[in-house]
Ligand binder design. Structure first.
Ligand SMILES: [Zn+2]
Length: 375
């Protein structure tokens, strides 16, 4: 085995308020990075500002990170970080602000860096110190060395050991105000991380244990949601305890993909997010039933072991994922499938799938899931 995860992770109700001094480790002055509203609305930004104030730290706020963070926005935020000569970056949010915070930490430490240097890991200086405050239960970015940033309309990732947050806080209370759509899409994102990681060729015993732990927790919550009148109603009524379970599962997902990366549901999900605006988690989870079927075909022993590990039958497993994943109303034309074909060739995440998955198989998966325009 070969695992590395150096982040100090603190979770629990009011964890920022209870351990404000931990933020001192990020430096005397910090850039706080958030989305437009969520971090303030859920109380996380207020808690972090209060903590920074009590520690005597200076801070400047950049609150313009959108969904699927853009490189231009990270560059703008990095300029602010350089201008204020900050020591570290505190990202507050779901995957978008957290991934952006990692990117900004690299850009701010390397003024004038080009896009090629950023994605090519040609960094002269180490990134600034990073802290992550999670406000959704999906990404797992709090415990990973990965940042996914959109450039020229495409989601592109880079990973490096120096991108691990020094410190992460996870208070499930911040997820209480998440709208239904995001509660569902982030929950199925966490599920996708765990399932993809389990079946990855790069998985080992430890990463599979993380994945199974996350899946079992999520299945229990999904069952409860289904029994209480369907996902839409259940999200509104979701208790703190269940949200805490989802948060814990998202961390297991992060720890699992930290070792393995993701497989074809994520790679193919990017297409749905980039071209059709489907939220990240939904875009990936819509491929999970096909992903399971693919693994049953090419790795039957492993998929049998998988069902044993998660203590749920195949039908129930797929049924629960479908019940919680929001509908994905997309029609993909043959022209679109042909245009995307090149993306599946020599792709790292596709190479990590069991067997030898081909780009033609990816095309067929798109054909099976999405109704086509008749041309
Ligand atoms: Zn994801």
């Amino acid at each position: 085995m070969n695992h590395y995860m150096p982040t100090r992770l603190i979770t629990g109700r009011d964890c920022v308020k209870k351990s404000p001094e931990e933020l001192k480790r990020i430096g005397d002055s910090v850039l706080v990075v958030t989305g437009r509203n969520g971090a303030r609305a859920c109380g996380a930004l207020g808690d972090v500002e209060e903590a920074l104030k009590s520690n005597g730290q200076k801070w400047v706020l950049y609150d313009k990170i959108g969904q699927n963070p853009k490189l231009e926005d990270c560059m703008e935020a990095a300029k602010l970080a350089i201008e204020w000569a900050v020591d570290g970056v505190v990202g507050i949010g779901g995957g978008s602000p957290l991934d952006a915070a990692k990117c900004i930490a690299v850009l701010a430490a390397n003024p004038g860096m080009t896009k090629e240097q950023l994605y090519g890991l040609m960094w002269k200086n180490s990134p600034l110190k990073i802290a992550a405050v999670g406000t959704t239960a999906g990404t797992g970015s709090e415990v990973t060395k990965v940042s996914v940033i959109t450039t020229d309309g495409r989601k592109k990732s880079f990973h490096h050991d120096a991108l691990y947050p020094l410190l992460s806080f996870g208070d499930a209370g911040y997820t209480m105000t998440l709208p239904e759509q995001f509660t569902r899409s982030t929950a199925v994102d966490a599920m996708a991380h765990c399932v993809e990681s389990y079946f990855s060729k790069a998985a080992d015993g430890l990463s599979r244990n993380f994945a199974v732990s996350g899946i079992c927790i999520l299945l229990e919550v999904f069952k409860k949601m289904q029994q209480s009148g369907g996902a839409d109603m259940a999200c509104e009524a979701m208790s703190y305890q269940d949200r805490e379970k989802c948060y814990e599962a998202s961390i297991y997902g992060g720890l699992a993909i930290n070792k393995t990366g993701t497989c074809f549901p994520h790679t193919m999900g990017y297409l749905l997010t980039e071209d059709y605006g489907i939220p990240h988690g939904t875009a990936c989870a819509v491929f999970l039933p096909e992903f399971y079927a693919y693994n049953r075909r090419v790795a039957s022993g492993l998929s049998e072991k998988f069902l044993e590990d998660i203590h749920v039958g195949e039908e129930e497993f797929i049924g629960l994922i479908k019940a919680i994943t929001s509908e994905c109303k997309v029609a993909i034309s043959e022209e679109k499938i042909a245009k995307a074909h090149g993306r599946w060739e020599n792709n790292n995440s596709i190479r990590k799938c069991q067997g030898e998955m081909t780009a033609d198989e990816a095309d067929d998966i798109l054909r099976r899931i999405f109704p086509r325009f008749l041309s």
